[in-house]
Design a protein around this ligand. Structure first.
Ligand code: FE
Length: 201
């Protein structure tokens, strides 16, 4: 759509002149684009990490007040620990219980909550995972080496452009009394996506 005012003072330039002007404008922005890419790469590699989510989970395990705030407003509670940013504007925390196990997928593409889960792993992006985990979740989990008890209901949550999920796993009884720091070491990205149990190292 042409939004330039048409008048004798502002005639529309020939298309080759406009193309040249557009090219020159983009070339002038190149340092900005390079800086953005450098910033994005550094942030993705050094700041967006599942270790952040692990610290959130560990805090929720040891601090009932934090846990309640996390379940009520995941975005605010994650930001309280310093984890906020792109693709983390609306984080919803899914609490596993003795009767319910949650699993995350993005059937459309590959969305994760970047600030707490990092960028998605390759298997999460695969067409097979996205297509099958909704229809045959128990089978897919078994193939990934995880078998929740048969009486446990499995709920699969499909990410949207706005909503990003993170699973709050059940804390293993054997770890009651552990420090928050120790607990964070056993929370994997896969457990926060819901495709793996918490493994005690
Ligand atoms: Fe996606």
């Amino acid at each position: 759509m042409n939004t330039l005012p048409l008048s004798a003072e502002h005639p529309i330039a020939p298309i080759d002149i406009r193309a040249y002007a557009l090219n020159a404008a983009l070339a002038a922005q190149e340092p900005l684009v390079k800086r953005f890419i450098a910033f994005f790469t550094k942030t993705a590699e050094q700041e967006w990490s599942p270790e952040n989510g692990a610290k959130v989970v560990a805090r929720a395990w040891v601090d009932p007040i934090y846990r309640a705030s996390l379940l009520k407003d995941g975005t605010a509670a994650c930001a309280k620990l310093g984890y906020a940013g792109p693709q983390g504007e609306y984080i919803v925390v899914l609490e596993n219980t003795l009767s319910t196990h949650n699993v995350i997928v993005c059937t459309l593409c590959s969305c994760t909550a970047w600030p707490v889960l990092g960028l998605p792993p390759d298997w999460y992006k695969s067409f097979e995972y996205r297509a099958r985990v909704v229809r045959e979740s128990r089978t897919v989990l078994r193939e990934m080496g995880f078998e929740p008890p048969s009486e446990v209901e499995i709920r699969v949550w499909d990410t949207t452009a706005e909503t990003r999920y993170i699973v709050l796993p059940l804390q293993p009884i054997e770890t009651y009394g552990w420090s928050e720091k120790e607990l964070a070491t056993i929370v994997s990205r896969e457990a926060m996506i819901g495709v793996a149990p918490i493994v005690i190292k």
